[in-house]
Design a protein around this ligand. Structure first.
Ligand code: GRF
Length: 217
C-alpha cells in the first residue's frame, strides 16, 4: 500500500501530533509522517516525534528576515521530505498568503471550536462566555483568512454549566484526537473533494441522531 506522506507543523505540546503518530503506527493506516517542523526549539512535540523515529526540523522564525523567507524555508523542507499534505497541529504562527496559496487544498488545520463560530485564540472561554450549549472542534482546509476554509469534519461536545475554559478544552481535545486522524485518513484514501467551498466525502455517513443540551426529560 502506497501511504500518503504528511508533514506536521507544531509549536508546542503536540498532543494532536501524538494522535497522528499513533494512527500511523497502525499498519493499515493510509498515511505516514515524513517530517515534523516546529518553529519553537523546545517544543514538547519534538520529543514525541523523535521517540517515534520521525525526522524533525526546527525552523525558528526569528532567524529569517521576513515571513515569506521563513515560509519558503518550510516549503523547501516539506518538499524535500516528499510530503504531499501538511497538517497544522497547534502551529502558532500566521502563514503568508504565498505559503497558503502554494499548498492550497494540501494544507489542513485543527481548531478547537465549531467553525465558523469562535475563530482566533481563547475560543473555549469565548464559547462559555457566549452561552452556547455546544462547542467542539473542526478540521478544515486552510485559506488565507485565519480559521476559514472548507470543513472536513467536526465533533460537537456539550458545554456544562460549571465548565471552565480548561475543562471545556480537555473535553474538546479528546475529540480533536479522534477527528484529526480520521480527516487525514479520508484525504489519504482519496475520498475528499472540494466543491465550491464545501467538502464532499465519498461514502461518508452522517449520524442519524440530533444532540440536545440539556437533555429533555
Ligand atoms: C489544539 O487545541 C488545537 O486545536 C489548536 O492548538 C491546540 C494544540 O494542542 N490548534 P496540541 O499541541 O496538539 O496538544
Amino acid at each position: 500500500m502506497e501511504r500518503l506522506k504528511i508533514a506536521v507543523q507544531i509549536s508546542g505540546r503536540g498532543s494532536n501530533l501524538q494522535a497522528l503518530i499513533d494512527a500511523c503506527a497502525e499498519p493499515r493506516y493510509p498515511a505516514e509522517i515524513a517530517l515534523v517542523i516546529s518553529n519553537i526549539a523546545g517544543a514538547q512535540g519534538l520529543e514525541r516525534a523523535t521517540k517515534a523515529s520521525i525526522q524533525t526540523r526546527v525552523i525558528e522564525h526569528r532567524d529569517y528576515y521576513s515571513r515569506r523567507a521563513f515560509d519558503s524555508e518550510m516549503t523547501r523542507e516539506i518538499t524535500a521530505a516528499g510530503a504531499e499534505l501538511i497538517c497544522l497541529a497547534g502551529f502558532m504562527r500566521m502563514l503568508s498568503d504565498e505559503f497558503v496559496d502554494h499548498w492550497r487544498d494540501r494544507l489542513i488545520n485543527i481548531h478547537p471550536s465549531l467553525l465558523p463560530a469562535f475563530k482566533g485564540l481563547d475560543v473555549q472561554a469565548a464559547a462559555i462566555e457566549a452561552g452556547v450549549r455546544f462547542s467542539g472542534c473542526t478540521v478544515h482546509f486552510v485559506r488565507r483568512e485565519m480559521d476559514t476554509g472548507p470543513i472536513i469534519n467536526q465533533s460537537a461536545v456539550p458545554i456544562h454549566d460549571d465548565d471552565t475554559a480548561d475543562t471545556l478544552a480537555a473535553r474538546i481535545l479528546v475529540q480533536e484526537h479522534r477527528i484529526y486522524p480520521h480527516a487525514v485518513r479520508l484525504i489519504a484514501e482519496g475520498r475528499v473533494t472540494i466543491e465550491g467551498e464545501r467538502v464532499m466525502i465519498d461514502g461518508a455517513e452522517a449520524p442519524a441522531e440530533a444532540l440536545i443540551n440539556p437533555t429533555p426529560v
